[in-house]
Design a protein around this ligand. Structure first.
Ligand SMILES: NC(=O)c1ccc[n+]([C@@H]2O[C@H](COP(=O)([O-])OP(=O)(O)OC[C@H]3O[C@@H](n4cnc5c(N)ncnc54)[C@H](OP(=O)(O)O)[C@@H]3O)[C@@H](O)[C@H]2O)c1
Length: 229
């Protein structure tokens, strides 16, 4: 790894960050919340309903340090915010939260996919990708794409101690991508790997359709490993 590519942030820089998760009542949000809380980060599950958020947090009762709030309150209270809502609600939710998310690093893991009888396929996105759409509607936030290929099933499985994959991290702000790489590395088995600017997020999101096909054929929860770094 070239010196300028080595993440400049260490684990201790991100260990105390409060992580908010929009749509944190779903499988992906609860899974990431559970793993990051287990790593020691305070986590806030967000929802369109504060009641559902509190219930989801209680449902992860094995992990202390998880609270539940309405999405807007979670966005306000968190240092870093993960977006884990379905593609269909992505633009509308983020546009409504532009104020509370201003000045924050927003991590987008949303995969715009369609499903038909032939399996999963990427949907066209006018902005190029979900992450670029987030950046367009959140002009005062720093958007980073990451966690697209992490299986919620593995994240939520108490029998799985370590999640064996690289998390590709994309963004236009190197300090923010370093931060997200360091955050990903807090989850045992994961490594955060810088993978380019936000304009290259489209194929990362679309690649999830290939992973869905792999998972169906091999009855697996496949992830990526990047070699030679
Ligand atoms: N599942 C995976 O393995 C996986 C892996 C990688 C990436 N992802 C990405 O992560 C995101 C979430 O996946 P998921 O499987 O957890 O989805 P999900 O369970 O369908 O949705 C997550 C949460 O989003 C909220 N939500 C639903 N519709 C919404 C809307 N129209 N507007 C705002 N909020 C809405 C709901 O929470 P409330 O009703 O409580 O608000 C729901 O619990 C997706 O974009 C997916 O592409 C998923």
């Amino acid at each position: 790894m070239a010196e300028q590519d080595v993440p400049t942030l260490t684990d201790s820089d991100v260990a105390g960050l409060v992580v908010g998760v929009l749509g944190g009542t779903g499988d992906q949000g609860r899974g990431l919340a559970r793993r990051l809380a287990a790593a020691g980060n305070p986590v806030i599950i967000g929802s369109r309903s504060a009641q559902r958020a509190v219930a989801a947090a209680a449902g992860l009762g094995g992990e202390p340090g998880i609270r539940g709030m309405a999405n807007a309150d979670a966005a306000r209270a968190a240092d870093v915010v993960i977006v884990a809502v379905p593609w269909e609600g992505h633009r509308e939710l983020l546009a409504a939260l532009a104020g509370p998310l201003a000045g924050k690093v927003v991590i987008d893991c949303v995969n715009p996919l369609g499903f038909d009888q032939r399996g999963a396929y990427p949907l066209p996105v006018p902005e190029g990708s979900a992450a670029e759409q987030a950046a367009a509607v959140l002009p005062d936030s720093v958007v980073v794409g990451a966690f697209h290929h992490v299986s919620a099933v593995l994240l939520l499985d108490p029998e799985v101690a370590a999640i064996d994959l690289d998390v590709v991290v994309l963004g236009d702000d190197r300090q923010a991508t370093d931060l997200v790489q360091a955050l990903a590395a807090r989850i045992p088995g994961m490594r955060g790997v810088y993978a380019g600017r936000l304009r290259n997020c489209r194929q990362v999101e679309a690649l999830t359709a290939n992973l869905v096909s792999i998972n169906r054929r091999y009855k697996a929860h496949a992830g990526l490993r990047i070699t030679d770094i």
